[in-house]
Ligand binder design. Sequence first.
Ligand code: F6R
Length: 369
Amino acid sequence: EKGGYATFMEKEINDQPHAVADTLLGRTDSEGRLALDELHISEDELRAVTKIVIVACGTAAYAGMVAKYAIEHWTRIPVEVELAHEFRYRDPVIDEHTLVVSISQSGETMDTLMAVRHAKELGARTVSICNTHGSTIPRESDAVLYTHAGPEIAVASTKAFLAQITASYILGLYLASLRGTAYGEDAAQVMAELATVPGKIEELLTRMDRVKEIAYYMADSRSVLFLGRHVGYPVAMEGALKLKELAYIHAEGFAAGELKHGPIALIEPGQPVFVIVPSPGVEHGLHDKVVSNIQEIRARGARTLVIAEEGDEDVVPFADEVIRVPHTSPLLAPLLTVVPLQVFALHLSTAKGLDVDQPRNLAKSVTVE
Ligand code: F6R
């Protein structure tokens, strides 16, 4: 049942090309237009949406943070992302024109379920992005967009994360085309580019040997930092979460722009820092800004483990290790850049002799508060 792999997590990491491909399947009609029939909210209601609030926990919340960048860009609808357990005990500004999108692999996370109920009481329309057919959250939501990652057994979420990003992008493109924004017209093009991602993940997975070696020689690390910017910022936090959960190592993800506002004080000689570099094609010169950050922390002795696109030579002079990912447009990059971080946490956990699939103190679905 582990398909020849030593652990479910390893199998699930290797399932990721299918998780993305299957989540894309059947979402476009013969002319390449998006067709979402599981969405039982009228087009008029969707056109009237003035705000989107994404509620989720843990890895699913990081998928939501990635989605915010894309959905705002494509739809011009303001998107907030909130941890479900914070949302449910607040007095959030929600009305019938708010679309509350929950993201949950299990569909049974109590905090997320209660946030959805809270949103409904306040009059919002609710959409569930979920991996488990017939689970509670989709049953209680007005509409559901299933991710097709297949069952996720390992406690630490991997393939569900990629499927969640994919599904929320489909939702964003659908809303953009309904509202006739400029990006709505590009929806087919983005969908076509998304369709190339599974092949790129496949290719990336064939060259993870060096990441495994790095994990083994870093098995004694006491703290690892992760820096990212733009959509790479939630990826940094997800990389840190994987390492905490699986290897019980202190880890933190930061927005690279925050460095000089505090975290740079943590940099001392030998401190390992993963940096997720935006693709050179990203707007506003963000790529060069992150390259400068690598230079700054390296000058203070950090060991820099740099995740950068193929052909990006700017990072080379400041990197102790360069982990290459295939080229994609900037918004799709998280579907690739997170993979080496998952593989790193998996091997570091293995190197420490820990239980990869069942980390201590954790349950696969958190059905209590
Ligand atoms: C991290 C992890 C958790 C879950 C979170 C939400 O690896 O697995 O952070 O992502 O508990 O779970 P779901 O998606 O089932 O609501």
